[in-house]
Design a protein around this ligand. Structure first.
Ligand SMILES: [Fe+2]
Length: 380
């Protein structure tokens, strides 16, 4: 579209330039916005702004402006003896009037138990991810849209998860080490390191920024039991948004305490957050949920009962069969999921019946999105 886009008319509208485009759309570009975004002030290799708004007054305006070959707008500014040249395609792409009038489309494809019938939507092949850019993009897209992907047939030597994760970026370190070993051990410092079943949860909710994505690499899984479970907590949140607005409001507005007092560490970690967080578009940003790591509730007395009733309803649906997808990890599977969206758990396994060893890694969400944007050649 931007190759054929032309400007029909430009006028000075007191504090902005008004533009009429040849497809009938209209834009207003505020003078301070234009001056701040002058392309000549971007460092050529650092790709960062060097201009600082403090160096002009709030009354800066064009002394003159003109359209050059319907490709660039040239502005001579009233201050600083400065001339700016803007590519009209760039202006159109960044028009905040047009962009803010567009209807928001969520990138999230919400799912429930029926995803069990469509596993091909959330699987990828190791070789394709390792060998092709297309395979890598598909993996990242599944993670972004569904919040989950199982990479099949990976190499299963110890720490080999690093090889495939390097296709994305560096891992996120935590005090559990990288990778962390999900095995049954004596005196565990986390319930994951037992053979017991685990309620559905997000990991590390007591961190200010909980790890964005988790990767569980199945090296061996011969033991009886130990099925993995997952629920799309965005989908569950969406149920309340549509059907029980009071519960939704309470879960979005009540900040609650999560704690960790790991006996192998000399730290006490405390973090507060609502269970459901929204982004600037009122879409889901993240979920924090862990009955194990919820601290002693310290919110205001008039909120306690309302919160607890909402929390209980949320907990029930996060373990309900309507939303649950259960499966058994196979040797060579890399189970990847958005740790701030998908709650995960497992059924009990019998450690005397065989071996079960997963190695776990985290990668921040910034790395997943940043890599995907780069590979898909997103224009800034
Ligand atoms: Fe976990």
């Amino acid at each position: 579209m931007h190759d054929t886009i032309k400007i029909k008319n430009i006028s000075n509208n007191k504090s902005s330039l008004s533009i009429e485009w040849n497809d009938g759309e209209k834009s207003n570009f505020n003078f301070l916005w234009l001056r701040d975004n002058c392309p000549s002030d971007i460092h050529p290799t650092a790709r960062e702004r060097q201009f600082n708004l403090k160096d002009v007054s709030e009354n800066i305006k064009p002394e003159s402006f003109n359209l050059e070959n319907n490709k660039k707008i040239k502005i001579k500014w009233s201050e600083g003896n400065h001339v700016s040249l803007y590519d009209i395609g760039w202006l159109r792409r960044h028009c905040y009037t047009i962009n803010n009038n567009k209807e928001y489309v969520s990138p999230y494809k919400l799912w429930d138990k029926n995803l069990s019938q469509n596993f091909e939507k959330i699987t990828a092949e190791y070789e394709e991810v390792m060998e092709t850019e297309e395979g890598l993009i598909k993996w990242l897209e599944k993670l972004h849209h569904y919040g989950i992907c199982i990479v099949k047939n990976t190499v299963t030597s110890k720490n080999s998860g690093f090889e495939i994760l390097k296709r994305i970026s560096h891992t996120r370190q935590t005090f559990f080490g990288t990778p962390f070993e999900v095995i049954n051990i004596p005196n565990p410092n986390n319930q994951a390191y037992t053979a017991k079943g685990l309620f559905n949860h997000t990991d590390l909710p007591y961190f200010e920024s909980a790890p964005g994505y988790q990767f569980l690499h199945c090296l061996v899984n011969d033991a009886t039991g130990g099925n993995s479970s997952m629920v799309d907590a965005f989908k569950v949140a969406d149920y309340f948004k549509k059907n029980d607005k009071e519960v939704f409001k309470t879960l979005v507005e009540t900040s609650v305490k999560f704690t960790n007092n790991d006996y192998t560490q000399e730290t006490i970690r405390i973090g507060h957050s609502p269970l459901i967080n929204l982004n600037k578009d009122n879409d889901y940003n993240d979920i924090r949920f862990s009955v194990a790591q919820m601290g002693v509730l310290d919110c205001a007395p008039d909120v306690v009962e309302k919160f607890y009733k909402s929390y209980q309803k949320f907990a029930k649906l996060l373990h309900s069969k309507e939303y649950l997808v259960e499966f058994k990890l196979e040797k060579g599977d890399l189970f990847c999921f958005n740790n701030r969206r998908v709650v995960h758990g497992r059924t009990e396994f019998n450690p005397n019946s065989g071996h079960r060893h997963l190695q776990g890694y985290y990668i921040d969400r910034d790395e997943i999105l940043g890599r995907m944007n780069y590979l898909k050649k997103m224009e800034l």
